[in-house]
Write a protein that binds this ligand. Structure first.
Ligand SMILES: CCCCCCCCCCCCCCCCCCCCCCCC(=O)SCCNC(=O)CCNC(=O)[C@H](O)C(C)(C)COP(=O)(O)OP(=O)(O)OC[C@H]1O[C@@H](n2cnc3c(N)ncnc32)[C@H](O)[C@@H]1OP(=O)(O)O
Ligand SMILES: Cc1cc2nc3c(=O)[nH]c(=O)nc-3n(C[C@H](O)[C@H](O)[C@H](O)COP(=O)(O)OP(=O)(O)OC[C@H]3O[C@@H](n4cnc5c(N)ncnc54)[C@H](O)[C@@H]3O)c2cc1C
Length: 670
């Protein structure tokens, strides 16, 4: 008989804030909550979106199942006439990686960002109706981070008015593009443009790779899948691919010509649009990955928090002298709280900074339409830095959540192993996290060097303009409660960041060769970039608190989470804060005291804070994290579904177990 008891009801009754209002804050608006809730329920109740145990499927079955689901997604979108907003929620809740992620996430944005209006008019209707399926073919076997080092060539032939796309070496083979291996019919291919015997750097080209009639590769094209990837399920439903060109010809007008073009005569003509716009699809995706990080982390934290409230170990004060009675909920252990609650706070922090980053990106797009490119460097630095910071923290946080669930966290049915395996490549794709932090530090060093010429930093670097104050200011915290001051916290973060940045800038001047200096000091530069990105996250959390927040207790809880996020970072990066004298050892110890009180404030609200994510059991896909907390029957039931349990005596018994046992028996008799 099905157990309908809510095992977490008592926990829910302890909440000191309005959960429904918190759901609105998490979703971004009442409208967003209503739409997402409706679509989440639609997905959860449709058997076509059921989640089989992906971990036990063979690669081929996994891939076939992802194809089937992607086709069903497309069918339902059309049947229901879903809006763009509803469509993205649908994909989100279906939660199965397939070629459509790269088609919508990169191929379409690359055309929108780098194609001329005429080209967009031709290609976007085809892509938007999926008459063609596209991929983003930038990375090669030999080069991923170093985009300028790509080897694929696109040589203009003025006789036929065509480009010849060619892979001159093994290392120039395109390698990794999602959806390329088995599905994509078209690709935006990044290649070195050559015309009139001269090289003009990397540009994008729209290339058809498979026939629209029989799906065979077109002449001159070699294409396939690059093989199994990390973990069970996870990215293995995606056909990341390899692609080689043997002098494949495409019409000249399939070069994406918004930024620069090649004329009929073969002349390369640059526009006044910055060349970096051809990297625009990456900026767009990095911004969306920050939102992915908050989702992936909140999902793991939701599972770990609910399970920690259900799981009991060892005695408690209510026990009798024999240790009998109610055991302690593991969430009540202070060590569990000090590992779990900072992750909960980080999930909220990343949600808010992701929301702000989306605004920043939208603002950039509006400015670009008016030919205002002034914020591009800052948006590049923010998207690169925050993508790096949030994905690294979320990947570590998912793994910590697994450990917080003890042994059961290691079971596939906990949902955590696959979540980790799916999310961890976000630290690499769309730019390796270290490479991206080096881009941020380059931007910051430039900002500092421009101070001397009187240029006033703005936006996220505005605090660098207060360098004199921040270099010499001291933190005023004298007792633990003094840390409950958002201005004090923000100033400590700004002081630490600027002192690290100025130290890097000063050290760089000691090198005659700036490039050598940058390379020599790169570990310090990366640390300084992280400190700067943390200033952004903390300040955006604080800005969120200044908005009109409704609902009993909601603002107070968010403040508590903001303090936990910040003070835990101080605790984690104590070396930086102390070595830059941004705080004293005594203040560091007071921060730890304050953290303990803050954890006590979160404890009664923990379950309600993860309920506010409004995740369905279908989306969570975890027997440990289900809403009702009915963990043990679900774990037990799930185990019996494993293919190994289909027969009592396993396949292979007669060949490989019985002879061993027999041998042991014979040995024993001798
Ligand atoms: C049961 C079911 C369970 C299922 C589980 C599901 C779990 C769900 C989990 C939750 C969600 C997870 C979902 C994930 C879904 C994701 C889908 C998959 C999508 C994968 C897509 C991946 C796609 C890719 O990776 S595409 C390839 C990306 N490649 C890179 O990023 C390359 C990185 N390299 C570079 O960007 C550059 O080369 C760079 C910047 C490092 C250096 O370039 P270059 O040498 O040219 O630059 P510099 O000389 O350093 O700079 C010149 C100048 O330009 C400025 N600049 C550089 N880049 C940019 C830019 N992009 N924009 C603007 N400006 C830029 C730079 O700052 C310099 O400026 P200066 O002023 O001259 O200093
Ligand atoms: C799941 C997945 C999906 C992907 N999807 C796509 C796709 O759809 N399309 C596409 O084009 N690509 C895709 N990629 C490729 C991805 O974008 C690249 O792997 C990524 O940009 C990193 O480049 P790389 O592999 O060359 O790493 P490398 O640059 O070789 O990095 C290796 C190591 O070198 C370090 N390193 C590199 N350069 C520097 C430096 N200058 N200074 C200091 N350290 C450095 C890095 O930090 C790293 O530790 C995907 C990758 C993955 C894993």
């Amino acid at each position: 008989m099905e157990d309908t008891v809510d095992h977490l009801a008592h926990e829910r009754s302890k909440a000191q804030f309005n959960v429904e209002e918190m759901k609105i804050i998490w979703a971004g608006s009442l409208h967003a909550l209503q739409v997402s809730d409706r679509i989440a329920k639609l997905v959860a109740s449709d058997p076509g979106f059921g989640k089989e145990n992906r971990a036990v499927l063979s690669r081929k079955d996994l891939f076939k199942s992802a194809l089937k689901k992607a086709a069903y997604v497309w069918k339902r979108i059309n049947e229901l006439g879903l809006s763009e907003e509803e469509t993205s929620w649908l994909r989100f809740y279906v939660d199965e990686l397939a070629y459509d992620y790269v088609h919508w996430g990169m191929f379409v944005p690359a055309i929108k960002g780098s194609a001329t209006e005429e080209q967009q008019n031709k290609w976007l209707p085809l892509a938007n109706t999926m008459q063609i399926i596209g991929t983003y073919a930038q990375t090669e076997l030999g080069h991923g981070s170093n985009v300028r080092g790509l080897e694929t060539t696109a040589t203009f032939d003025p006789v036929t008015d065509e480009f010849i796309i060619h892979s001159p070496t093994l290392t120039s083979s395109k390698w990794w593009p999602g959806g390329l291996g088995k599905v994509a019919t078209h690709a935006v291919v990044y290649a070195q443009l050559i015309t009139d015997g001269k090289e003009y750097g990397v540009n994008g080209f729209l290339v058809q790779i498979r026939s629209l009639d029989d799906h065979f590769p077109l002449p001159g094209i070699t294409v396939g899948d690059i093989g199994m990837k990390f973990g069970s399920g996870a990215f293995n439903s995606m056909d990341n691919g390899v692609l080689r060109f043997d002098r494949v010809r495409i019409p000249r007008n399939q070069m994406l010509m918004r930024v620069s073009k090649v004329t009929r005569e073969g002349k390369y003509v640059e526009s006044n649009i910055p060349k970096q716009i051809i990297y625009g699809a990456m900026v767009y995706v990095r911004q969306t990955i920050v939102a992915d990080a908050s989702i992936a982390l909140s999902r793991a934290v939701c599972i770990a928090t609910r399970y920690s409230a259900v799981r009991r170990q060892f005695g408690s004060p209510q026990n009798d002298q024999n240790g009998n009675g109610i055991e302690t909920q593991v969430i009540d252990y202070k060590t569990q709280q000090s590992r779990l609650f900072p992750l909960l706070a980080s999930a909220y922090a990343f949600r808010f900074v992701g929301e702000w980053l989306k605004w920043l990106y939208t603002d950039l797009i509006q400015k670009l339409e008016g030919n205002d490119f002034s914020t591009l460097p800052e948006v590049h630095a923010c998207t690169a830095g925050l993508k790096s910071l949030t994905t690294s923290a979320a990947a570590d946080g998912i793994e910590e959540s697994r450990k917080l669930c003890g042994g059961h966290g290691y079971l596939s049915s906990s949902g955590l192993p696959e979540l980790y395996a799916t999310f961890v490549p976000a630290c690499t794709y769309e730019g390796d996290n270290v490479v991206l932090l080096l881009q941020v530090s380059r931007f910051l060093m430039k900002t500092i060097s421009q101070l001397q010429s009187g240029k006033k930093p703005t936006g996220t670097t505005a605090y660098i303009g207060h360098v004199e104050h921040l270099i010499q200011c001291g933190c005023n915290v004298k007792k633990a409660e003094d840390w409950l001051n958002l201005c004090v916290i923000l100033e400590a973060f700004e002081a630490r960041a600027i002192r690290l940045l100025v130290a890097c800038a000063e050290n760089l001047t000691k090198f005659a060769n700036p490039l050598q200096g940058f390379s020599e000091l790169s570990p310090d530069l990366v640390e300084a970039a992280v400190a700067h990105c943390q200033v952004i996250v903390v300040s955006k959390f604080i800005e969120k608190l200044q908005q009109n927040i409704q609902g009993i207790g909601v603002k107070q809880l968010l403040e508590t989470l903001c303090y936990i996020y910040s003070l835990n970072l101080i605790h984690k990066h104590l070396g930086d804060f102390l070595s830059t004298r941004s705080i004293t050892p005594k203040q560091a110890s007071l921060a730890s005291d304050q953290l303990r009180s803050l954890y006590a404030k979160v404890r009664p609200n923990a379950i309600a804070l993860v309920d506010a994510f409004n995740y369905t059991d279908h989306f969570l896909g975890s027997v440990l994290g289900s809403y009702d907390g009915n963990v043990y029957p679900k774990l037990y039931e799930e185990a019996w579904k494993d293919p190994l349990n289909e027969s009592v005596v396993p396949d292979g018994y007669h060949e490989n177990i019985r002879p061993v046992l027999k041998q042991q028996l014979q040995n024993a008799r001798l």
